[in-house]
Write a protein that binds this ligand. Sequence first.
Ligand code: FES
Ligand code: FES
Length: 196
Amino acid sequence: MHTAPSTRAPRPHSTARKHADTEPRSDTESLPDAVPVELTVNGTHHALRVEPWTSLLDLLREQLQLTGTKKGCDHGQCGACTVLVNGTRINACLALAVSHDGADVTTVEGLAQDGALHPVQQAFIEHDAFQCGYCTPGQVCSAVGLLAEGHAQCRDDVREQMSGNLCRCGAYVNIANAVEAVRRVECLRNREGDDV
Ligand code: FES
Ligand code: FES
């Protein structure tokens, strides 16, 4: 059953790097195959132990309790698990946690800053870009990654470059509108910056 959208209550985090006293869960301590992995997630450094076959998605959800990132297909088909790794959007269900040792990971919980929603999150609310909300964290993270890539020049580009993020509720029109709105604002801002 789908759960509530994570755009409702993202947790702000400081840009300053923090160290979590994240202790490996007791069940991982007893796993003989567990290996060490270090990640900075939403600005907080974590030293963890995981089994080599643990996906980044399972590490985030089950070990760090960051359940904003959703598991849909678990096969790279739906985009519900999209997170940013070193600023690049990826499907966390297809990524082995150990292969991203040392990486900087941003989940939907880390997008808001100083209590203010990320512009993409705000746009999703203003454009009513979700229904059940299950796909929303992945859509929002994917949109943030898309905007950082800078390849989208129009709404059709946004639609195409968001095509890996499925929405079973069919909120595609409003999702594209939300992302396009932020893209246009960023485009205008960049032009004004160039004119200065
Ligand atoms: S859960 Fe990762 S792509 Fe579907
Ligand atoms: S809002 Fe329900 S799956 Fe997208």
